[in-house]
Design a protein around this ligand. Structure first.
Ligand SMILES: [Zn+2]
Length: 195
């Protein structure tokens, strides 16, 4: 899959992530099948019918007990609809209330479960390490186990729809406008941030 298509699906995953009500970690997933067909999407959240109360969302232990991760929500949506996930590609993106893009490869639990759903490829943007301290170990183990099973684990460069991204300089319009571009939603931190 080209960077252009990869980024299309990753931007969709990012929009899914923004639907999450989790204040600290918002993850979105898009499962893609043959012929670029979108199988299902998901974001992290509680099961349908379980209330998103502040009490649950702000207590990490309570939240972790109840939350369904984005990748599993996508797999389970496909299960509910009776759509095969065998051979699919899993696109994952993550953010938080600040809107910074974290990258967002799968955690170990999602990886092993997606592997058993027949998902063969795992794609995300580069991880921003400082923002992933809680999950760094799980993400590293997920990568190792995916590769051990002979599946594909890819990190692709962030490509904007709006201007040519350059992590240091930004596009010409960014530079002319003191790193604020009037014609695109990205600023000089565009590698990880959209607005
Ligand atoms: Zn997960």
């Amino acid at each position: 899959m080209s960077d252009r298509w990869d980024n299309f699906y990753l931007r969709m995953a990012l929009e899914s992530a923004r639907m999450s009500k989790d204040p600290s970690t918002k993850v979105g997933c898009v499962l893609v099948g043959k012929n670029r067909s979108i199988i299902a999407t998901g974001f992290n959240g509680f099961p349908a019918g379980v209330a998103d109360t502040a009490d649950r969302l702000h207590d990490r232990d309570k939240k972790l007990e109840l939350v369904v991760h984005a990748e599993m929500n996508a797999v389970l949506m496909a299960a509910r609809l009776g759509i095969a996930t065998d051979g699919a590609t899993c696109y994952v993106a993550a953010t938080d209330d600040s809107q910074e893009i974290w990258g967002g490869p799968p955690c170990l639990r999602c990886a092993v479960e997606c592997m058993q759903a027949g998902i063969r490829e795992y794609v995300s943007w580069p991880t921003k390490p400082s923002l992933l301290t809680n999950w760094a170990d799980s993400i590293a183990k997920a990568k190792a186990v995916i590769e051990e099973a002979g599946l594909v684990y890819r990190t692709v460069p962030f490509v904007s729809n709006w201007c040519t991204p350059d992590a240091e300089l930004g596009c010409a319009a960014h530079q002319r406008n003191n790193n604020r571009c009037r014609t695109c939603p990205l600023d000089k931190n565009m590698m990880y941030r959209t607005r």
